[in-house]
Design a protein around this ligand. Structure first.
Ligand SMILES: [Zn+2]
Length: 174
């Protein structure tokens, strides 16, 4: 009796049966997939070891696929979501950094570019909305960096408001 305790048994449940008053091992159940395999001691553990190997591969693969799906489900890595609020504040940043016209977000040219190249769900942003968003962004920034030197942003914003005062509908073409 019992010379073994092969490492393979970590992945199999040993099933014993009473045969002629003797408790003998007859089957092994894979703990990973619940497959039932013959496991009479005379048969050895070779077939169990090779079964274990292939089953572990499948289980590992399944775990990897599941984790990829999980990533998608919680949106953390692969599942990028379009967020119009983020899009609007990013548009403001772009306008400030590149000194673009305030109304660019409502132009057909900009919409075509974004919709065809990046995001079919893009929502146009009117000049008025952009101006309001910029004000919000500016106030947020000012609070965040109350002490910091914010001249560049302040300057950019002043220009934008001048632009607005000068006559409202400069760049609105779309
Ligand atoms: Zn299995």
């Amino acid at each position: 009796m019992g010379k073994r305790k092969s490492a393979v048994w970590a992945d199999f449940e040993e099933i014993y049966e009473e045969v002629n008053g003797n408790k003998i091992q007859t089957t092994a159940i894979c703990r990973m997939c619940k497959a039932i395999l013959s496991a009479r001691s005379a048969a050895g553990t070779g077939h169990l070891i090779s079964y274990q190997k292939s089953c572990r591969k499948k289980v590992d693969h399944a775990a990897r696929v599941q984790s990829r799906l999980a990533f998608n489900a919680d949106g953390s890595v692969h599942n990028w979501n379009y967020n119009p609020t983020v899009a609007r504040s990013e548009l403001c940043r772009l306008i400030i950094r590149l000194d673009l016209p305030l109304g660019i977000g409502e132009t057909e040219a900009f919409e075509d570019y974004i919709v065809h190249a990046h995001n079919p769900r893009f929502v146009k942003s009117s000049r008025r909305t952009t101006t309001r968003d910029l004000g919000k962004l500016f106030n947020e920034r000012r609070e965040q960096h109350a002490a910091a030197d914010n001249k560049e942003l302040e300057e950019a914003f002043k220009n934008l408001y001048l632009d607005e005062d000068e006559g409202g509908a400069v760049a609105a073409s779309g």
